[in-house]
Design a protein around this ligand. Structure first.
Ligand code: HEC
Length: 146
């Protein structure tokens, strides 16, 4: 009896895990990647330091260097073709508008479950480097006056 209960709980856990993985991913690139339950608080998290040209330059070095971002997101930020879900097009102004810096930091810390986007902050780059690379990603947005 007791054993059955443990097996059942284990199975429920597995099913629960599958549900959370598949519901985190959404085919629309504009749909938030951060889970609904924490979305508002994550959206409000801000880069603690003022944005400077030096920081954007540092972020660029991370993007092309140890962050390995360029391998999937490409030199121009539009992304390479990879099997499964494509990397984001960083030059899409509508997408840039849809996300706060806090949401991008969440992605760098958690990856995008159900896609090829890996965890970066805490694994290959520090949180400070993460904020710098986010500021570099913001420079891919086309000028709205163009
Ligand atoms: C192995 C390939 C790969 C690497 C390496 C990679 N990414 Fe991604 N990235 C992806 C994919 C695929 C997506 C699309 C995920 C999705 O649609 O949820 C993505 C999405 C993103 C997003 C958008 C998430 C959103 O909220 O829409 C950001 C920001 C991002 N990556 C930043 C980075 C940065 C910065 C690096 C380097 C430090 C990096 N990525 C490295 C594959 C990669």
């Amino acid at each position: 009896m007791k054993k059955h209960k443990i097996v059942w709980l284990g199975m429920a856990g597995l099913i629960g895990l599958n549900v959370s993985i598949s519901s985190a991913f959404h085919p629309s690139v504009y749909h938030p990647r951060v889970p609904e339950s924490i979305l508002e608080e994550v959206q409000e998290i801000e880069d603690p330091d003022p944005v400077t040209a030096e920081r954007i330059e540092a972020g660029k070095k991370i993007y092309f260097g140890k962050g390995l971002c360029v391998t999937c997101h490409s030199k121009n930020g539009k992304g390479v073709r990879i099997p499964g879900h494509s990397p984001r097009n960083f030059t899409d102004a509508k997408w840039q508008e849809a996300r706060t810096d806090g949401e991008l930091m969440w992605i760098l810390k958690n990856g995008s479950p159900g896609t090829g986007m890996p965890i970066r902050v805490g694994k290959v780059i520090s949180e400070k480097e993460g904020w710098d690379v986010i500021q570099f990603i913001r420079t891919f947005a086309p000028d709205p006056l163009d």
